[in-house]
Design a protein around this ligand. Structure first.
Ligand SMILES: Cc1ncc(C[n+]2csc(CCOP(=O)(O)OP(=O)(O)O)c2C)c(N)n1
Length: 558
């Protein structure tokens, strides 16, 4: 007989009120009451999130990350005490960079079970403090419900982010809700008003710019912002350089700024702009792109303007506006339309024509390059990415953590629709398989394909991710850009130190397709470029029929 525990009933009410659909968990004795109460609720047909067992804690957080990116809803992760917390590892860094509103809770060991070396109570929160917005240890006489309400409030207040609660065992195991919880009235935050004076100044600077550039990192988290950004770019005749974190701007649009396939490291567009409008933009986790001109004017519109003190490109913005970009972008466009003269309009249209010609030329060059690699042995990342592009439809969701082929993927795989490209904002490798699991759970009607390197596949706990995909009927296709090593690291070493072999090869590699087969998934390996299109079709058919699949594509070793 399954039991119901008082505080957990309160927690289920709070999760339901916040639209939580899943509790991603890995168990210890602590979350037994949570799981039991959820099971009891579901057996009785009472509303409760589903509990999703992940066989490694890294996958709990990563699946929650993917589920958030696909649904926009807050997430819950429950793991075992300090051990589960440690095993969450770098997936929490990714959730922090990805601004994932996730309530992450565990049991805390209390003295005398656990103390620090000075005999003081062990402070479990320190383990994660750098990576969360808020961590809290629930005291014995504290209100359980109030703590969770506060956790959800903080996680879902912009800029969103993870929070951590450590709970005494008695609070989790108590049969009664203790102490009785009474929701305290809290004033909800008034939505940010977009400051019209600042928008007027921004509009003037943009109208006067010779070479404006719009850069965006995550404005596409609000799906409606994509069409608004198109309107802004078209009004100004300005190119848009988008991150691959989201579809912020379709890479098929003539104003999408593309790089040249023959270009080296760096980004000339950033270095040429006289005005950069950065919208919802974090500086990259690693290897920042080329520096802008020293006299560039930077306008920064963001929901997160603090950026933990890291200025964009080492420079403070000239104009900074804290705003919800889904409101600020259309408001800015309206002001520009009102302010611009007929001469401006003509100038912007001319600029847009030139940008369109450049976009089409570069897009053609990328395509031609892929086609010229059609017979290349071993398989080229260009050819593979082009074949993926051909195999998918506009609604397929690409979950991407390719590293060294990232620029190739960004140019060869075309995404038009909002929400159809999701990448990891953080730097911890291994995100793609677990994230794809979470995306598929949140968007069961969509085809989900994850792209990653061979290193990333292993970091991503493939057995755990594939097991959950099979058990919970959340099939996705994992495509491995298998260059038999840590390409990005080797590339950096070559570039900086002219060292070619620093031992970062995954020589005599595992056959990843067999890992798939050992985990109820379909597995294929492909070595011949001519076989790529057909193998992709087979894998996609399998996934659409309900079984997860892994395609190990043997590329040239890095
Ligand atoms: C958890 C973790 N460990 C190590 C690194 C450092 N690192 C950055 S890129 C990279 C190589 C990743 O290899 P793979 O996923 O195969 O992609 P490739 O570079 O070959 O394209 C490594 C090890 C990291 N970012 N995250």
């Amino acid at each position: 007989m399954t039991e119901e525990y008082g505080n957990i009933k309160t927690l289920i009410d709070i999760m339901n009120a916040n639209g939580v659909e899943f509790v991603f968990f890995n168990p210890g004795i602590d979350n037994v009451p949570v799981l039991e109460t959820i099971a009891a609720y579901r057996a009785q047909g009472k509303k409760s999130p589903r509990s999703i067992l992940c066989l490694d804690e890294f996958v709990t957080m990563t699946a929650a990350h993917g589920s958030y990116m696909a649904s926009g809803k807050p997430q819950v992760v429950s793991v075992h005490s300090e051990l589960g917390t440690l095993q969450i590892g770098g997936s929490l860094h990714n959730a922090q960079w990805g601004k994932v509103p996730v309530v992450f809770f565990t049991e805390s060991y209390e003295p005398p079970q656990r103390t620090n070396w000075r005999g003081e109570p062990f402070d479990q929160g320190t383990t994660v403090r750098n990576f969360v917005k808020w961590d809290h240890h629930l005291g014995a006489d504290e209100d359980f419900g109030e703590a969770f309400r506060e956790a959800f409030r903080i996680a879902t207040t912009e800029p969103y982010g993870p929070v951590y609660l450590s709970l005494p065992r008695e609070a989790l195991w108590s049969k009664n809700a203790m102490p009785p919880t009474k929701p305290r009235k809290t004033a909800s935050e008034t939505p940010l008003k977009t400051d019209t004076d600042t928008l007027n100044r921004i509009a003037e600077v943009l109208i006067a710019a010779e070479n404006p550039l719009i850069v965006t990192g995550y404005s596409g988290r609000n799906l409606e912002s994509v069409s608004c950004l198109i309107e802004l770019a078209e009004t100004l005749g300005a190119p848009v350089l988008t991150s691959d974190i989201r579809v912020n701007f379709p890479n098929t649009h003539p104003l999408a700024a593309l790089l040249s396939p023959s270009g080296g490291f760096g980004n000339p567009l950033l270095s040429q702009a006289d005005v950069i409008l950065a919208i919802d933009y974090d500086m990259h986790y690693a290897a920042p792109p080329s520096a802008p001109m020293p006299n560039v004017k930077i306008i920064h519109i963001d929901i997160d303007t603090a950026k933990k003190g890291v200025p964009l490109w080492g420079k403070k913005p000239d104009i900074l506006l804290k705003a919800d970009s889904s409101r600020a972008i259309p408001a800015l466009t309206a002001i520009i339309i009102r302010k611009m003269s007929a001469k401006n309009r003509e100038q912007f249209q001319k600029r847009a024509q030139a940008l369109k010609a450049e976009h089409n030329k570069l897009d053609g060059e990328w395509r031609a390059l892929a086609m010229s690699h059609a017979d290349r042995q071993p398989i080229s990342a260009h050819w593979l990415s082009h074949c993926i592009d051909e195999a998918i439809d506009d609604d397929t969701i690409i979950v991407n953590q390719t590293i060294s082929p990232a620029t190739i993927v960004a140019h060869q795989v075309h995404r038009r629709k909002p929400g159809t490209l999701l990448s990891c904002a953080g730097g911890c490798i291994g995100w793609a398989p677990g994230a794809a699991l979470g995306v598929k759970l949140a968007a069961p009607d969509k085809t989900v394909i994850s792209l990653m390197g061979d290193g990333a596949f292993i970091y991503g706990c493939p057995e755990a991710s594939l097991w959950s995909a099979s058990f919970y009927k959340a099939p996705f296709l994992a495509i491995i850009y298998d260059n038999r090593g840590y390409g990005a690291i080797k590339g950096l070493f070559r570039e900086k130190y002219d060292v070619d072999n620093m031992g970062a090869d995954i020589a005599s590699p595992p056959n990843y397709s067999l890992i798939a087969r050992a985990n109820n998934a379909y597995g294929r390996m492909v070595k011949d470029p001519a076989d790529v299109p057909k193998t992709l079709r087979d894998c996609l058919a399998t996934v659409r029929a309900g079984q997860a699949a892994v395609l190990d594509v043997r590329l040239a070793p890095v």
